[in-house]
Structures are given as structure tokens and as C-alpha cells.
Design a protein around this ligand. Structure first.
Ligand SMILES: Nc1nc2c(ncn2[C@@H]2O[C@H](COP(=O)(O)OP(=O)(O)OP(=O)(O)O)[C@@H](O)[C@H]2O)c(=O)[nH]1
Ligand SMILES: [Mg+2]
Length: 140
């Protein structure tokens, strides 16, 4: 598996997805700092949400093979500016999370927003039901 950095807003599902990908027990824990779990690097949502912390994501990404932009389609907030993926030194894949909670329109809008940010391809996962996890794991 490649070394992967997970980026996304607070509560979008980064830690839960890390736990899934590493076969760890699913357990809620607010991420306070950058945390390495196996080949995955988990980050606090604040690093995307607060511009003053954003550069830490770019620096950390330099040590990775791939970045995942996660987006919770049930959240109204949209934090990826168009073309943001281009700022990262490695390829960026989009991941629409919480597919078990979102409706079809939300999923489509989520995908479009990640594409607009420059993520390619965009996948759909639920870290709770496991939907889409195998396809993502194959890509990694
Ligand atoms: N139903 C559902 N809930 C999910 C899914 N992924 C995460 N959650 C829930 O969403 C909440 C936030 O998940 P986290 O994985 O902690 O979110 P995070 O992106 O790591 O958040 P920060 O650490 O604050 O940046 C938790 O209560 C999870 O159980 C999913 O695929 N489906
Ligand atoms: Mg977290």
C-alpha cells in the first residue's frame, strides 16, 4: 500500500477511514495532530479549515505518495477551492464519504466538488458499512 495523506473538514470521516483501511477497531477519537497509522497519515480537519494551518498539509504531503481529499456529502460546508489539488506535490484522489447517510443528489454534488478541486478519480465509500472500501484499497 502507498503512503497516503488524508485531508478533509472536521468530522468528514478521515479517522474512521484510516481505521477501516488498517483493519483497526472503529472507535471515535477527535484528531488533535498529525497521526501516522500504518501507511496512512491522518490529519485534523482544522488543518484544512484554518488557512494558517494549511501549509502543514502541503509539507506533510511531500513525504507521501498520494493525497486523499475526503468530502462528507451530508455537510453543507465546502472547503476545497477550485484547483486546490494542484498545490500538492503528489497525485490527489477524491473520496466521497458516508455514502450510507447521503442521498443521490448529495453524492453527485460531492463528486462534482471534488472534481472541481482537481481530485481524480473520485470514489465513494462508507467506512461504516464498508461500501467502496475494497475499490479504494485496490487503488492504494
Ligand atoms: N454513518 C457513517 N458515519 C461515519 C462514517 N465515517 C465516519 N462517520 C462518523 O462521523 C464522525 C466523525 O468521524 P471521524 O472519522 O472522527 O472524522 P474526522 O474527519 O477524523 O474528524 P476530525 O478528526 O475532527 O478532523 C464519527 O462519529 C464517525 O463514526 C461513514 O462512512 N458513515
Ligand atoms: Mg479524525
Amino acid at each position: 500500500m502507498k503512503r497516503v495523506l488524508l485531508v478533509g473538514s472536521v468530522s468528514c470521516g478521515k479517522t474512521t477511514l484510516c481505521q477501516r483501511l488498517n483493519g483497526a477497531i472503529r472507535q471515535y477519537k477527535k484528531t488533535q495532530t498529525i497521526e501516522v497509522m500504518g501507511q496512512t497519515i491522518d490529519t485534523p480537519g482544522e488543518y484544512l479549515e484554518r488557512r494558517s494551518l494549511f501549509s502543514a498539509l502541503l509539507v506533510t504531503a511531500a513525504e507521501t505518495d498520494l493525497v486523499l481529499f475526503l468530502l462528507d456529502p451530508t455537510q453543507d460546508r465546502y472547503l476545497y477551492s477550485p484547483g486546490l489539488a494542484g498545490a500538492f506535490p503528489v497525485p490527489v484522489i477524491g473520496v466521497v464519504t458516508k455514502t450510507d447517510l447521503a442521498n443521490a443528489d448529495q453524492l453527485l454534488i460531492g463528486k462534482e466538488r471534488l472534481e472541481l478541486a482537481g481530485a481524480d478519480p473520485v470514489l465513494f465509500v462508507s467506512a461504516v458499512t464498508g461500501e467502496g472500501i475494497d475499490a479504494l484499497a485496490r487503488l492504494l
